[in-house]
Design a protein around this ligand. Structure first.
Ligand code: DX5
Ligand code: ZN
Length: 220
């Protein structure tokens, strides 16, 4: 892949009163993916949006969908996520008793498989699955809400994960989600992140497309 950072705006921070305008703006921008955060009020202490709303988002989006399921038993919804036309389905390590099976099922459905780690879950736990996954999503906040403060220990986890990827010959991308802005994004790019998710930094910016451009240019 080329060396540029991939940018995935998180719809959680979009204006739900005019989602169409926000997604069309993302379509015209240099964003690479559209990040959709699904919350069930059980795995995380918040509820976001579900499939009827995501279907509408999918109809408008021209960017590949990066779906982040913050729900228990995400394997129950592989078919629904596939039917959205999603490119990537991210499930939490902490939510899957049989993670290996879930990853296979996601890939068998024709999507890329991402495994997400909460801030307190060590990278070393991925040793026996890293060869199977297309992406690891490192949470740099405790999932559940947009606009939280970046947890700096994530930078050490990126370095550790990069080492694991290189040692095992895995081709997994490293995505980071939570508290990403121009300042933390620069540190993340230097540490070796491939994909940055950003909610508030993009949707609350005076010029969304310009913010996306600036984030994209953090890695030369
Ligand atoms: C948090 C979500 C994030 C969130 C990021 O639980 O997974 O994708 O929208 O929002 P910001 O970038 O505002 O921290
Ligand atoms: Zn997310």
């Amino acid at each position: 892949m080329d060396n540029k950072l991939l940018i995935a705006p998180s719809m959680l921070s979009a204006n739900f009163g005019n989602m169409k305008a926000d997604i069309e703006c993302i379509n015209r921008s240099e964003a690479d993916w559209l990040h959709l955060d699904v919350m069930d009020g059980v795995f995380v202490p918040n509820i976001s949006f579900g499939f009827p709303v995501m279907k509408y988002m999918a109809q408008i989006s021209e960017k590949p969908l990066d779906v982040h399921l913050m729900i228990v038993q995400p394997e129950k919804f592989i078919r629904e996520v596939k039917d959205l036309g999603a490119m990537m389905m991210n499930v939490h390590y902490e939510a899957c008793t049989h993670l290996h099976r879930v990853v296979q099922q996601i890939k068998d459905a024709g999507m890329k498989a991402g495994v997400t780690l909460n801030p307190a879950t060590p990278v070393s736990l991925l040793a026996d699955i890293i060869g199977e996954v297309d992406m690891v999503l490192l949470m740099s906040v405790n999932p559940g809400f947009g606009g939280q403060k970046f947890i700096p220990h994530t930078l050490n986890k990126i370095k550790e994960l990069r080492q694991l990827i290189e040692q095992t010959g895995s081709s997994a991308l490293i995505e980071v989600d939570g508290g990403v802005n121009l300042e933390t994004g620069k540190l993340l790019a230097e540490a070796g992140a491939d994909v940055l998710v950003a909610g508030n930094a993009i949707f609350k910016a005076p010029d969304m497309a310009d913010m996306i451009h600036q984030l994209k240019c953090l890695k030369k």
